[in-house]
Structures are given as structure tokens and as C-alpha cells.
Design a protein around this ligand. Structure first.
Ligand SMILES: N[C@@H](CCC(=O)N[C@@H](CSC=O)C(=O)NCC(=O)O)C(=O)O
Length: 281
């Protein structure tokens, strides 16, 4: 598995890189970013996966997430994948909407035509890319965690709930916690997985918890001035599900913050410290 270096820049004594590779999972070229903090020769470092939201590529968090200072101080590798396959032959939303298709893979393996060939973002972020990153960067595969924003918060929580032994920590900024119950999720899950809602449950955080999935605990921040809070995010559903299942949830409602990277970057260091604590040793 070879990767092509798109760019590298020194930052906080480490290296911020952007890389491209031919993905077997999606059948397309995929671009991702990796920040490797300063480290000693031969060291193996913990890795934090960051799953981005609708309309994003690797670039949004890489350029606006303000994660590098904390990652350098804490010795964390930070990986940011793209959010969907891309290319001239990849089908998108019929009306070019932002919430389905390109930039909106929802971290599922599609079963429905014409999306099933390329939209395999679950396999990409949980299998293919971890192997590629482990083979090319100084990663300690026993110390991984995952975080994400909005659609990527949904991805992070579902990835963690379904792989609790691989991801030692999981957190989210403004996650979609119950995609089966909100417009963004209903559109995406119908399009990628079909109308049978039973097939959606393994890609829905609240449904996974209702169905018995366990996790050591989540940190979730939401902005009280987030325009998507009431219709699309519904953190109260996650709170209720976690309470019922005895899953520890630190849910922080941040006054004045919206859905943007101004919000994410404000609390990024908090999240990385929370991850680092759980990735020790
Ligand atoms: N209509 C908006 C919606 C796009 C948007 O807000 N995207 C968010 C993620 S939303 C949930 O997954 C985002 O991260 N955007 C990128 C950014 O850099 O802010 C629009 O198209 O603008």
C-alpha cells in the first residue's frame, strides 16, 4: 500500500502532512492528513482519528481545527480522512445538495445502487486507512481514539460503540446522535442503506445504545447558538440513552457557540487532553 505525499509543513516541531492514495475500499483516490508531533527515534505514538462533517475534506480541520499545539505537547498523532469518495465517475446527490453524496458519506458502507461501489466510508475509516496509517507512520495501534464533528461526530460515536476495544476514547463536537430520527440522517441512510430501518440501527448512536452497545464514556460539546441543534443534533436523545444504559456522558452545552470551526477550535484542546488521559500507557 503506497502513499503519495501531497505536502508537508513543519509545525510546533512536528510535521503536518497531506497524502494521497488509491483506495481499494472506495475505488477512488483518497486524500487524508496526518500530523506527527515531535518524538524520539523509534517511538510509537497514540493516534487520534478526527472524522469531519458535511461538505468537509481533510482540509477543514487541518486548516481551522487548531489541534497541532496540543498534539505536539501531548505527543498525539492526528489523522483526518476525507468524508466521501470523489471523482468524475462518483455519483452524488441528484440535486447537488450538500447533505448527500460528495462530502457526505455518513461513514457507512452503502448497499444501494448507484452508491454501493464507491461509498464505503465505514470500511475506509475503520479498516483500510488504519492499516495504511499504521504502515507509514509511527503509530501505536493499541492506543487509538476517535473524535468528530456533526456528521463526523455521528461517525466517531458509532465507530467507537462498535469497536470499543480498539478506540480507547471517543468524543464529539455537535454530533448527529440519532440519524434515524432527523432529516440529514433519514435522507442519507435511505439513500445509502435503503428504506429498511432495521439496517440503519448499526449506524445510529442512540439505536446502538438502545440495542445494548456499551462504552466507557463520551465527551460531547454542543453550542447553544448552533442552528442545527434542535432539528438535526438532538443531544437530549443521547443523554437519555446514556442515562438508561449507564454509559458515562459528559455533555457540555456551550453558551453562544454555533456549529462552526470557531466552536470546534475553542474546545479542541479540551478534547485532546481528555483523549490523552485515556491513551496513556
Ligand atoms: N448549509 C451549510 C451546511 C454545511 C455545514 O455547516 N457543514 C459543517 C458540518 S455540518 C454536519 O456535518 C462543516 O463542518 N462545514 C465546513 C466548515 O469548514 O465549516 C453549508 O453548506 O454551508
Amino acid at each position: 500500500m503506497t502513499i503519495q505525499t501531497v505536502s508537508t509543513n513543519t509545525s510546533y516541531g512536528g510535521v503536518q502532512g497531506v497524502y494521497r492514495h488509491a483506495s481499494q475500499a472506495t475505488g477512488t483516490d483518497m486524500v487524508f492528513s496526518v500530523y506527527v508531533p515531535p518524538h524520539g527515534d523509534g517511538a510509537k505514538l497514540p493516534v487520534v482519528w478526527y472524522l469531519s462533517g458535511l461538505t468537509c475534506t481533510h482540509a477543514n480541520v487541518t486548516e481551522k481545527g487548531e489541534f497541532r499545539k496540543a498534539c505536539a505537547e501531548l505527543g498525539l498523532i492526528f489523522v483526518a480522512p476525507d468524508t466521501s469518495p470523489r471523482g468524475p465517475d462518483v455519483p452524488g446527490d441528484a440535486n447537488n445538495a450538500y447533505d448527500f453524496g460528495l462530502g457526505a458519506g455518513f461513514y457507512v458502507d452503502a448497499t444501494e445502487a448507484p452508491f454501493a461501489r464507491n461509498y464505503r466510508m465505514w470500511s475506509y475509516v475503520t479498516d483500510e486507512l488504519p492499516k495504511l496509517v499504521a504502515g507509514n507512520f509511527p503509530v501505536d495501534a493499541k492506543r487509538q481514539s476517535v473524535m468528530g464533528h456533526s456528521m463526523g461526530g455521528h461517525g466517531a460515536l458509532t465507530v467507537a460503540l462498535r469497536n470499543p476495544h480498539r478506540y480507547r476514547a471517543a468524543s464529539a463536537f455537535a454530533p448527529i446522535v440519532a440519524p434515524s430520527q432527523v432529516p440529514w440522517g433519514i435522507k442519507a441512510l435511505t439513500g445509502y442503506l435503503g428504506p429498511n430501518k432495521a439496517a440503519w440501527r448499526s449506524h445510529d448512536t442512540v439505536a446502538l445504545i438502545e440495542d445494548g452497545a456499551k462504552y466507557s464514556g463520551f465527551l460531547v460539546d454542543v453550542g447553544e447558538a448552533d442552528n442545527f441543534l434542535k432539528e438535526q443534533l438532538k443531544p437530549e436523545l443521547l443523554q437519555a440513552a446514556c442515562n438508561k444504559a449507564n454509559i458515562p456522558l459528559t455533555l457540555r452545552r456551550q453558551p453562544g457557540y454555533d456549529h462552526s470551526y470557531y466552536f470546534i477550535s475553542t474546545f479542541m484542546s479540551d478534547h485532546l487532553h481528555w483523549h490523552a488521559e485515556r491513551l496513556k500507557g
